[in-house]
Design a protein around this ligand. Structure first.
Ligand SMILES: Cc1cc2nc3c(=O)[nH]c(=O)nc-3n(C[C@H](O)[C@H](O)[C@H](O)COP(=O)(O)OP(=O)(O)OC[C@H]3O[C@@H](n4cnc5c(N)ncnc54)[C@H](O)[C@@H]3O)c2cc1C
Length: 286
């Protein structure tokens, strides 16, 4: 199928993109990698009147560490993250699991986050690490906690005249580690189940902070707060991680579908949470 008619703007600056978005209101869409938007337009699930292409804007493709966080610009592709020496923990672990090489070469992390697909992997990583979305509008930029950014499936809390310019992922100063575990039916598929884990260790080796979040097992990527509460203040161990796995499974709300039964997916959540936590602890202790 062909997309419906649309107007096209190739913005040369963030300001120009925001002005075009403000003018078009909710009929406008930012075009980044196009790996989710264009298929939706071809199927006519999305029929934006205006497409604002941000691919020619300079300075949005940087990955850098400053002020205690990792800055990932709006034009950083999944493949850039997979190849970057700046990333570690759950971010580095998840990057090679996003889609396939073709999609990774074009799709952006910010686009994936803005898309709010509950089967998308990045929003679980951002929930586990406590990341923030940097949105820019006509009157400046603001920082939105990822948990407040995702409103519902395929719905974010950006205003019509705002765009995402970057993501900020905290880089802990002490010992930390993370992992993303994904079950997929075949290479390049969306997750049947995905679990992101992030751990920080205190001087005595106990867990001082923990993040666990799940993909494809709820209407939005879901933080397993019960599992996080089980972990904090305790020493890492297989028994503790098994307990956290059960807490995560209890928080999951999967559906029966072609990928498997809800009951089975809950067991996968428990097992993958254990694995993700064990890998995160190993990295933190190294
Ligand atoms: C075959 C296939 C397999 C895939 N498998 C996976 C997978 O396993 N895991 C996974 O996580 N994803 C997967 N994806 C999705 C892929 O990761 C997309 O790249 C990603 O979802 C969107 O990024 P994009 O840059 O292509 O965004 P686009 O398609 O350009 O945009 C997506 C949406 O986000 C909005 N948007 C984009 N950038 C911004 C911005 N800066 N500010 C505000 N709004 C913005 C757009 O307006 C649109 O609504 C797959 C896609 C395909 C085609």
């Amino acid at each position: 199928m062909l997309p419906a008619r649309f107007d096209y703007v190739a913005a040369s600056s963030v300001e120009e993109a925001i002005a075009a978005k403000a003018q078009g209101g909710d009929e406008s869409r930012i075009l980044a990698g196009g790996q989710s938007l264009l298929p939706m337009m071809k199927l006519r699930f999305a029929t934006p009147a205006n497409l604002i292409d941000i691919n020619r804007i300079g300075g949005l493709d940087t990955i850098e560490r400053h002020n205690g966080h990792l800055h990932i610009g709006a034009l950083v592709r999944h493949a850039d993250i997979a190849a970057s020496g700046e990333v570690s923990g759950a971010v580095a672990s998840a990057a090679p699991w996003i889609a396939d090489p073709l999609v990774r070469n074009l799709g952006t992390m910010c686009g994936s986050v803005a898309h709010c697909d509950p089967e998308g992997d990045w929003n679980s990583v951002l929930l586990a690490t406590g990341a923030e979305v940097i949105a820019q509008g006509p009157s400046g930029s603001r920082s939105i906690a990822i948990g407040d950014f995702v409103e519902d499936f395929f719905t974010n809390t950006l205003a019509d005249d705002e765009m995402v310019v970057a993501l900020h992922i905290p880089v802990p100063s002490g010992r930390s580690g993370g992992s993303y575990q994904k079950l997929e039916r075949k290479v390049g598929d969306y997750a049947t189940v995905g679990v992101a884990a992030h751990l920080e260790l205190a001087g005595d080796g106990t867990i001082s902070a923990a993040g666990v979040a799940m993909t494809s097992v709820a209407p939005i990527n879901r933080k397993a707060t019960g599992a996080e509460a089980v972990l904090v203040g305790n020493a890492p161990s297989a028994e503790l991680f098994a307990e956290a796995g059960e807490a995560a499974a209890a928080a999951a709300d999967p559906r029966d579908d072609v990928r498997g039964s809800a009951r089975w997916k809950r067991r996968v959540v428990a097992a993958f949470t254990r694995r993700a936590l064990a890998a995160a602890a190993e990295e933190a202790q190294a």
